[in-house]
Design a protein around this ligand. Structure first.
Ligand SMILES: [Zn+2]
Length: 317
């Protein structure tokens, strides 16, 4: 059997991870280096001179110039946590190295925390991934398709009505050799001209070339300055059409992830975050070894996520 270069790449082994991030002091040092690569810099006045205090277990930096106190975790996604950094770092490690994602239930078992705690860690880290993904536009040659969470191609039961079904646009950009570059999966209120135009303006770079099936609403990508080439697939199933090979592969991977790892979740409430986490992983599929470090850097760069914002429903559902 041919070796798949994604499947067989070297990840970061557990012993390697624990060698650098096995104790609270080590995690503090790593976090400090990620936050302030050139040494502490006061978030209020920008001065470097400081001394270090302890607020309970947390390391606190006090600026010599303005006396501002900054905890190591303030202003990051870890702000307010009572958990040891070792727990967060292990969660980031486990989530980054699990090829098809990790459920909150699996995290609970592996971290030795309660289910609500694991759920919150999981959702905060998925939000970190979603924020990161939102920074990029798709550009160039882009295959798009209409899909449903809870639909035939994503592992739900067909014909159960719409009680836990969410429409989303699936899009994949391709390189010169027609290999997939980036994936974007975005819930939409429905497949209407208005919804697709708004989606295209937010997620596609002007000048991109969009390829879709004959569904009329995709013509609205021209409103975002993109060209549109529909392919009518009358009588054929989408998976039989070579023009949509990669979008079908992505939706197949999504189905595997959802059925094998997450099972059921509240699609209508959390679709955006789960889909973005899937895209984050897919879009960095060649970088398994560095993914822990990259997710940690993203977590440090993500603003605090209070429980109420984590629990807030997707606005359009
Ligand atoms: Zn200061």
């Amino acid at each position: 059997m041919a070796m798949n270069r994604i499947q067989f790449q070297h990840g970061l082994s557990m012993p390697e991870f624990l060698k650098d991030c096995g104790t609270e002091a080590q995690c503090e040092r790593v976090l400090e280096a990620v936050r302030w690569p050139n040494g502490f810099c006061c978030p209020r006045c920008g001065q470097a001179a400081h001394y270090v205090l302890r607020d309970g277990v947390r390391k606190v930096f006090q600026c010599n110039a303005c006396r501002h106190q900054a905890s190591l975790i303030a202003g990051t996604v870890f702000q307010g946590t009572k958990l040891p950094l070792t727990t967060w770092f292990l969660a980031i490690y486990l989530i980054s190295q699990a090829k098809t994602g990790l459920s909150a239930l699996a995290l609970k078992r592996q971290l030795g925390v309660s289910y609500p705690t694991a759920w919150l860690i999981h959702h905060k880290l998925m939000q970190v991934m979603a924020d990161r993904e939102a920074r990029y536009l798709l550009e160039g040659k882009i295959q798009v398709d209409d899909a449903y969470l809870g639909g035939e191609r994503t592992g739900g039961k067909v014909g159960r009505g719409s009680e836990n079904k969410v429409a989303f646009v699936a899009a994949v950009s391709l390189n010169e050799a027609d290999r997939p570059l980036r994936v974007r999966l975005t819930p939409v209120p429905g497949f209407t001209l208005k919804a697709v135009a708004a989606w295209a303006k937010e997620h596609l770079a002007p000048g991109s070339a969009v390829f879709s099936d004959g569904l009329a609403c995709f013509g609205a990508v021209t409103e975002a300055g993109c060209s549109h080439q529909p392919t009518v697939i009358a009588g054929r199933k989408p998976k039989e059409v070579p023009e949509f090979k990669w979008i079908n592969t992505v939706l197949g991977n999504l189905k595997t992830t959802l059925s094998g790892c997450y099972h059921a979740f509240d699609f209508r409430k959390y679709a955006t975050r789960y889909l973005a986490a899937f895209c984050y992983r897919f879009n960095r599929r060649f970088d398994l070894r560095s993914l822990h470090q990259r997710l940690l850097i993203a977590a440090v760069g993500t603003t605090p996520q209070p429980l109420r914002s984590i629990r807030v429903a997707d606005a359009h559902c």
